[in-house]
Design a protein around this ligand. Structure first.
Ligand SMILES: Cc1ncc(COP(=O)(O)O)c(C=O)c1O
Length: 390
């Protein structure tokens, strides 16, 4: 095939994809990347951060971008990587917890407390590392029950039983956007010398930029490294950061955690490698760097406010039509109660609307990402009303 024919053929496939701007993608945590990232992707497309000695510019950018993210997460001295996504970031944090636990005790299953609302990437980590996951009950705000955690740890300590190695708190849970009480979890973690990982894959680029007027009394919005117990955090530029996929982020409190991740990599320019993935593109790094410079704090604040305003609009209009949100919006995620979410979402899909459903509660899930406009919300609610009538 000649070049023109190849491109023409590819166009046919691309046409089969949905487009964010059409507004039918209502269940995704990704969105149309910022336009500047097209040029950046082109500039960095052959870079490989798996071999950082060969791509020193891209590696320097990665260090800078981790520092820049660290700044808005109140960490002046972070260590981390821009990797393939939240899944890899969470698995990396679980690797650290597991390897730290192994330095303390052999023949012991690493035990981690996390909520039922945790993303399924943790299930992959459990399976890979044979972790013992403890899931405390949820409060009516869909956050982890702190008393249960305290009692559980105390009980284990009293019995001199196998101790808890890690706690995972979620800052913006996938299904509902709820934020665990990271401040209290941090205290528990510190008191008991437990590693606390915060999954802020979604919330990391929203919560720091959220205007106070959107904050609810029932949630604690402190979630970052200013809390001493927090040792690592997932924060994904390819979600609300407007970077193109793949750009997930893992940040540790400082470089002392690197030794728990390093394996020897003798044939590379750097003789140790800490990331799970070896060969990895520098596009996510450079794009994240670019969008953050261009947007600045002000840009992300405006973005968060725009998404929150549209979220409240969706909730208000949905209520008028008789649909009930599971919780008031914490972030730009809305879950609407539904007695048969599987069936409703399938019917909506046939009408061209792509939402998702919750597992922790019977509900339809809509993410009000930057590409979702009020007119899409109106049309979607019209379709939902029609589905529920039939
Ligand atoms: C809270 C949270 N953590 C982790 C992930 C996984 O991210 P990714 O799909 O980029 O691997 C998601 C994805 O939706 C998420 O919502």
């Amino acid at each position: 095939m000649d070049e023109r024919a190849v491109l023409e053929e590819l166009k046919k496939y691309r046409k089969m994809d949905l487009k964010y701007e059409d507004g039918a993608i209502l269940g995704s945590m990704c969105t149309k990347p910022h336009p500047i990232t097209k040029k950046i992707s082109d500039m960095f497309f052959e870079t490989n951060l798996g071999d950082p000695g060969l791509f020193r510019g891209a590696k320097k950018l990665e260090d800078e971008v981790i520092n820049n993210i660290g700044k808005f997460l109140n960490n002046p001295n972070p260590f981390g990587y821009i990797i393939s996504g939240g899944t890899e970031a969470n698995i990396t944090a679980m690797r650290a917890i597991n390897n730290i636990a192994k330095t303390k005790r052999k023949n012991h299953k690493t035990t981690v407390i996390m909520p039922e609302t945790a993303h399924f990437s943790f299930e992959k980590a459990r399976e890979m590392m044979d972790l013992n996951l403890i899931t405390p009950p949820l409060t009516k705000y869909y956050t982890m029950d702190l008393k249960y955690i305290n009692d559980f740890i105390e009980d284990r300590n009293n019995k001199n039983d196998i101790s808890v190695d890690g706690i995972v708190g979620i800052a913006g849970c996938t299904e509902l956007g709820a934020i665990d009480n990271i401040k209290e979890l941090s205290k528990i973690a510190e008191q008991n010398n437990i590693f606390l990982h915060v999954d802020a894959a979604f919330g990391g680029f929203v919560i720091p930029f959220l205007d106070d007027k959107y904050k609810l009394d029932n949630y604690c919005y402190e979630f970052d490294f200013s809390l001493n117990g927090v040792k690592s955090m997932t924060v994904d530029p390819h979600k609300m950061g407007l970077a193109p996929i793949p750009a997930g982020g893992i940040l540790f409190r400082d470089k002392s955690f690197k030794k728990y991740l390093d394996v020897e990599a003798p044939y590379l320019t750097d003789i140790h490698q800490a990331t799970i993935i070896g060969t990895r593109s520098g596009v996510g790094v450079a794009s994240t760097w670019g969008v953050m410079k261009l947007f600045g704090e002000e840009g992300y604040k405006n973005l968060a406010s725009e998404c929150m305003d549209k979220t409240h609009y969706l909730v208000k209009e949905a209520k008028k039509l008789g649909f009930k949100p599971v919780i008031d919006p914490v972030l730009n995620i809305v879950a609407l109660e539904d007695d048969n979410p599987e069936e409703t979402s399938l019917k909506l899909r046939k009408m061209g609307w792509f939402i998702s459903i919750c597992k922790c509660v019977k509900a339809l899930r809509i993410i009000v990402m930057p590409h979702v406009e009020k007119e899409h919300i109106d049309k979607f609610l019209g379709a939902l009303t029609e589905v529920k009538k039939n």
